[in-house]
Write a protein that binds this ligand. Structure first.
Ligand code: ATP
Ligand code: LTN
Length: 335
């Protein structure tokens, strides 16, 4: 008799279409999504509803959603292997988010550092969506009974609250949700701003020199690397207090797969100028195939539309199962 096939574990992750992806988004998150497709059942989404928590220009947002979708495919996310969809197309996300928000405490939401940061940054628009953002993110993850959630280090707290909400719900109603684990890689989990290496590189940073965008030309990438803030020493070594150099070493290491020791040896006796040039060239080489594929995909809008429609259909089908279960458990009449 054939041995029962082991069920593959599942993965879900998402990214907001709040701007062009930065090198941080790519190295910390998206780059790691494609390799997971071989071993897991993956679902990847553009978190367009999450991006509404900050004021967006409608025409620009529409363009960014499509660009973000194309960028996922250009980065190796394959719609024939994974479910690749746009969050707002799958209605179960807001449906579950509402229910989960009734199992999420005001106190725990108040402790979210992303909420505190964004509330400070957008003091004129501290809206309810910004506050309940984690309930929607928990819904995204729990709907697919995800085992693993690959994200950058800044999302750790949101994963913890997702687990807390799931455990709370399971505790009241019996086993309903799988409890997910974060998958936060050591290398590249937090790429820092080139202008202020104590701050994370963020797509919504106003300083254009702070981040490398996936759409930057080779010249711009090299210029930004050359301008990166470092220190007044001249030694390429990974050491506490050398935030700028540590960040560039991390970027160089992830792009070239060289260890910190190898990099230190390679640049021993050389100045920061040579090192920054090498970092720039490594980033250009890393991004070139993605940029070429992105351009090709943006010229194939019908193909993209076909992919996101199919993605939404599949995601709806799978997530509906969890949604029906939840509605039943809390005592709604499932129509
Ligand atoms: P925003 O500036 O709008 O807050 P963001 O650049 O922080 O956006 P998100 O859409 O919130 O990006 O995050 C997408 C993914 O990229 C997440 O998994 C997040 O952890 C990861 N990520 C974001 N910034 C970095 C960074 N600097 N280094 C590593 N990973 C990052
Ligand atoms: N909040 C995430 C984006 C996001 C996400 C998700 C990530 C929305 N839903 C579900 C993982 C799983 C961020 O990166 N800022």
């Amino acid at each position: 008799m054939e041995a029962a096939k082991e069920k593959r574990k599942s993965v879900l992750s998402g990214i907001q279409p709040t701007g062009t992806f930065t090198l941080g988004n790519y190295l910390g998150a998206v780059k790691n999504w494609a390799p997971l497709q071989d071993d897991y059942d993956c679902a990847y989404m553009i978190a367009d509803l999450h991006s509404l928590t900050v004021r967006q220009e409608p025409a620009k947002l529409r363009r960014q959603i499509l660009e973000a979708y194309a960028m996922l495919l250009a980065s190796g996310v394959d719609p024939n292997k994974s479910i690749v969809f746009i969050q707002s197309h799958v209605k179960t996300h807001t449906e579950l988010a509402w229910i989960l928000s009734c199992y999420t405490q005001f106190g725990e939401l108040s402790r979210m550092t992303q909420f505190k940061d964004k509330a400070q940054k957008h003091a004129d628009n501290v809206n309810a969506g910004l506050f309940t953002y984690p309930s929607l993110m928990a819904a995204d993850i729990l709907l697919y009974q995800a085992d693993l959630v690959p994200v950058g280090a800044d999302q750790k707290q949101h994963l913890e609250i997702t687990r807390d909400i799931a455990n709370r719900f399971n505790g009241i109603y019996g086993n309903t949700f799988n409890i997910p684990d974060g998958l936060i890689l050591k290398a590249g989990a937090k790429i820092m701003s080139l202008a202020d290496p104590q701050k994370k590189m963020s797509k919504s940073d106003e300083n254009p020199n702070a981040c490398i965008l996936l759409s930057d030309t080779p010249d711009t990438i090299i210029k930004k690397c050359k301008r990166a803030v470092t220190d007044s020493e001249a030694e390429v070594v990974y050491r506490e207090g050398k935030d700028g150099i540590n960040n560039l070493m991390t970027i160089y290491s992830v792009c070239t797969k060289k260890s910190f020791e190898e990099i230190e040896r390679e640049f021993s006796g050389k100045g920061y100028g040579d090192f920054k040039m090498a970092v720039g060239e490594a980033v250009v080489a890393e991004l070139k195939p993605i940029q070429d594929e992105f351009k090709r995909l943006m010229d194939s809008k019908d193909y993209l539309e076909d992919c996101y429609r199919k993605g939404a259909e599949l995601a709806t089908k799978i997530s509906r199962r969890t949604m029906d279960k939840v509605n039943k458990k809390v005592g709604l009449i499932v129509g």
